[in-house]
Design a protein around this ligand. Sequence first.
Ligand SMILES: Nc1ncnc2c1ncn2[C@@H]1O[C@H](COP(=O)(O)OP(=O)(O)O)[C@@H](O)[C@H]1O
Ligand SMILES: [Mg+2]
Length: 288
Amino acid sequence: MARTLERAPEELRHGRLQRLGEGIGKVVYASEHWVVKRERSSSEVVALILLWKMLRRSAHRIPFGWGDRLLKRPSRIIRFMRMVVEGVMAVMPRNIWYTDHVAGVLRTYVARDRRGTRLAREHLADSPLLPEVISFPAETVLVGGWPGWLTIREATERVENTLDRRVEELAAAGDFTTLETWLNRFLDTRLSGWQSGLFSVDAHLKNFGVIGDRVVLLDTGGLTNRWSDIADRLAKDEKVEEPHVQLGLGAALAKRPELARRFNDRWKSMVNRSAVGDILGAECEPAD
Ligand SMILES: Nc1ncnc2c1ncn2[C@@H]1O[C@H](COP(=O)(O)OP(=O)(O)O)[C@@H](O)[C@H]1O
Ligand SMILES: [Mg+2]
């Protein structure tokens, strides 16, 4: 159960909260110790889906490696491009941009997000796998950028860093021993999740964060207990030759091939239908 407070913490009520991170469906704002999430409107989500489609198709044609940089990290430029796409959507006939594929991606995101939120509430309340959540009576707070304010009823513990950032920092500092410890903790956190009966189909490093010596799951959106969803995801994972590259760790581990190999070996021994099925199979909803 989320801890219930009589009022939102003071640090959320005073001053303007800074934009800290974003995903396809949410924008995250933070005070010193707490984050609050704004759900994007569906036209915002659709604009992002279209933008990513275009970027993925053409990024390699943008010179100086800028295309790859764009794909790596949503930035001011991406935000601006998204607004342009939304503008174009507003004047262009809907049947041109609202294709079956776009509708499908939107539907999948929304369904996964709802289901994951519900499952996390049912299975992972008070679990060390998640950051703490507090709830309080509705409060309107100021946030950076448009629309400038947000009404919130809950907040989530702010993590020290997302896991992708922590790993990048450790690689830049040349501390590969600690980096390996964090990669092992990441796999340990996934394993504990499976032991609690849940699997994340969206387990990339940006969706995990660091608190003390724990790796926690930031995005409950990918959580499922449906074996058909899990098996689909794992069937794709099993085909990946170098999981570390898939996870965006290619550059960080470029000078440490033996570390990459140890990580990939452990990953492959864990992230497959047979190993996950042994842990989680009996708990799953049968395929429908
Ligand atoms: N508790 C948190 N502390 C710090 N950063 C966070 C926290 N929760 C989310 N974030 C950041 O915000 C991003 C988007 O949040 P997320 O819940 O993953 O939204 P989406 O469903 O759109 O992917 C995350 O990838 C992460 O970088
Ligand atoms: Mg996310």
